[in-house]
Design a protein around this ligand. Sequence first.
Ligand code: SF4
Length: 492
Amino acid sequence: MKAFVQGVPQIVPESWCLRCKICCRFPDTVGVQVPVFSPAEAEWAQSSSGKELWFEALPGSPSLVPRLARSESGCQCPAFESETSTCSIYPVRPLDCRLYPFVLTEDRAGTRAVLSMDTKCPYLQEHGADPEVLEYAAHLGRYLETETALAYWKTNPGIVGPAWPEFISVAPLPSLSAKLQGEPRVPHPALRPLTLEEIPMLEESLHLRPHQGSAYTAAGLLGWKDLIRLWWARLDGNFCLFAEQGGGLFMPLPPLGEAFNPSAVRQAWQIMASANQGGSVSRIEGIEGADGGRFVSMGFRMAPAEPEYLYRREDLAALRGDPYRSQRWALNRLTRNFQVVLRSFQEKDLVPCLQLYTRWAIERQRSFGESFSKRLIRDGLFFHRRLMMSAGPLHLSGWVAEVEGKIGGYTFGGAVSGGTFCVFLEITDRRIPGLSQFLFREISSQLVSHPLINGMGDEGLPGLRRAKLSYRPMGEAVCLIASRSDAAVRSR
Ligand code: SF4
């Protein structure tokens, strides 16, 4: 086990660590990321250093945390030497410290383990998107899934901590997650797991009626499959989809059929009620148009979900007239200064695009004050990677913008039934103004068979809202969420 702990190489150069004012020091004793030791690591630290490091147990766990020492500026690890900015037990420091600035955390639902990077680390702020750092993250992801790692985790489960807003999830840890969750549990006997193999059946059901919302696509549903478990059942002839997050079951879409089917709704609700044991998680999302009234007549309460902006493709391709002056100005500036071309995404673009995302996410994490967007940014890498890697089976189109021969931006989207094209991802190098406008206009020019473009929602962020409104949407794709007490649904 010692060899396993000591087998984690240091990625951050010593010169950076010695200058850093972040590691090993904390603003307070509570609610902070203290290092978590296994009992063996605590023993090694005490016996090899001869230092009296006081530990306390994490409640309900064999893991131990050192009692922080109060200092003038806050608190610090008892092993930290402030005069030299060094760790007095460096050769026997625990795995948690060796991994940093990578950290083991739960996902946002608190059910799966992921490897994250802490964007507070000054080294990562500058080098987090470098190829060698991303390769190192991938290596760590594999290292932490070995049998020895899983055995280590049993002695130190507390090392998997909560996800903090400044983190970016970089690698899923499916074996560790399976250990965290215990035996895989089917939430209800009527449900079967949804995999990429079910996509043709799912898409057939999604196309039975016209839709505009991004949730009515295989990509919008399966893109989050690294973080959300999806299940399905056929109820009264309808394809019914269920999502499991945070231990609860909900429906991201109503039962899919040629028409509204109250019997399928009732059966689906009973499955959720039984799986959730009367909890308040049960809900049906993605309800469009007149179906809202039909749910109300069944006794459901309706609430609006975040709307998504709809644009006329022709408007975006032409950018004509005064309302689009700022976009034309940005485009002219871009093409005056740079050689830019749009081309289809190819497999070889995966790594540069993920690097671009990581750089973008680190910058956004640093500058964004709004915690909701931070959560989205944190888990976004999984969504982007899944869409890029499964673009074929998910029937997605992907493009990259090459600026002076290097990838400066990428975008991915797919068709919703009824002629709408949904743009799921768009990331550009923020140092190149006009690139976002270029991508949006160029793909709009190519999508001639789609009269409408769904540009997704604004996540409640005023800046994003202003940007989306500046493209003059012709309307919104509005979906409703139905919820109700179990008794009320049974009685109707
Ligand atoms: S054990 Fe060493 S590296 Fe870890 S927090 Fe304490 S001083 Fe820092």
